[in-house]
Design a protein around this ligand. Structure first.
Ligand SMILES: Nc1ncnc2c1ncn2[C@@H]1O[C@H](COP(=O)(O)OP(=O)(O)OP(=O)(O)O)[C@@H](O)[C@H]1O
Ligand SMILES: [Mg+2]
Length: 296
């Protein structure tokens, strides 16, 4: 029996023996698709892109949870002008419930401040850990999509988020240092048994050609040394509207919906909505994203 299956079996056993009022039920099987946004180099626009992608998807009627898994100062909640008082760490230590830490933007994007708490999750005793994972899974059961913003580089926290996700989006810019680091990130991810191949998103391009050329270089090296070509999901032009919106703590799509970068992000969101899910139905795991995160 695989590790994963064994853990699941244990969970079911516990479910069968625990007093019914001590653990919240698993509820309907979580079916939300999870996408982790990562980068090799910092400052390439992950948080800005993921916040606006979440907004674009919410406007298309998708139930989206944006998970802020980044400890850096430029948190996604700030991009929405929201400042969370608590985070997942407070839930882990039993001071708050998930509902109390969850924020909702006026566009309907739900936001989970999770930058702290994930590593601690692994250290919790089994009962408390399970209770928390069940609460998170309950949340997940009511979602279409989870978008996870991560810190830059191949830190353990980022890899933790990425490994549990269905899909990873590697953000880069056309700068040589950024795309060299993007390739390094893809290489690390490729060694981690991902569920799907990572996809590329090129930000701050000067032209469509710039975007395609950056992606081509990464794809060529990747094909040669790793044996696969990451898909190019799209590119977003360099656009002054972006830092202007960030300074106002307003998402770009709300403040400058007709700017070139907002239009590019909407197009990428459209692609994500209609993306066929390349899953072998037999291999579908009957567990949600947060259970995979907790299981490491
Ligand atoms: N397409 C763009 N055009 C112009 N500026 C952009 C664009 N995308 C992002 N930016 C700007 O780049 C800066 C860095 O963006 P952001 O904080 O989202 O990067 P990040 O990858 O999340 O950084 P970190 O690695 O520190 O988490 C922000 O000031 C943002 O406004
Ligand atoms: Mg960021």
């Amino acid at each position: 029996m695989s590790d994963q299956a064994e853990k699941l079996r244990r969970l079911r056993l516990i479910e069968g023996t625990a007093p019914s009022d001590s653990l919240p039920p698993f509820g309907p099987r979580p079916s939300a698709r999870s996408i982790a946004v990562v980068s090799g180099k910092g400052g390439v626009g992950k948080s800005a892109l993921v916040a606006n992608l979440a907004l674009a998807l919410a406007r298309r009627g998708k139930k989206v949870l944006l998970v802020d898994g980044d400890l850096s100062l430029a948190n996604v909640d700030l991009l929405f002008g929201l400042v969370p008082k608590f985070n997942l760490g407070d839930v882990v230590f039993g001071q708050r419930t998930i509902e109390e830490i969850l924020l909702t933007t006026p566009d309907g994007v739900r936001l989970l401040p999770a930058a702290s708490g994930v590593e601690e999750l692994a250290d919790l005793d089994e009962f408390r850990r399970e209770r928390l994972v069940r609460e998170l899974s309950r949340l997940e059961a009511d979602l279409d999509l989870l978008l996870i913003d991560t810190g830059s580089g191949i830190g353990s926290q980022t890899l933790h988020w990425a490994r549990a996700a269905d899909r990873t989006l590697v953000v880069t810019t056309p700068e040589p240092t950024a795309f060299a680091d993007a390739y390094a990130m893809i290489k690390v991810l490729a060694g981690r048994k991902l569920r799907e191949l990572p996809a590329l998103l090129v930000n701050m391009v000067n032209s469509a050609r710039d975007g395609r050329e950056t992606a081509r270089r990464i794809r060529v090296v990747s094909e040669r040394f790793l044996g696969f070509r990451p898909e190019l999901l799209g590119w977003v032009p360099f656009d002054d509207a972006f830092p202007r919106a960030v300074r106002q703590q307003e998402p770009l799509l709300r403040m400058f919906p007709h700017s070139p970068s907002a239009l590019a992000i909407s197009k990428i969101a459209e692609h994500l909505v209609f993306e066929p899910v390349p899953r072998d139905p037999i291999a579908v795991e009957p567990e949600g994203y947060f259970l995979k995160v907790a299981n490491g």
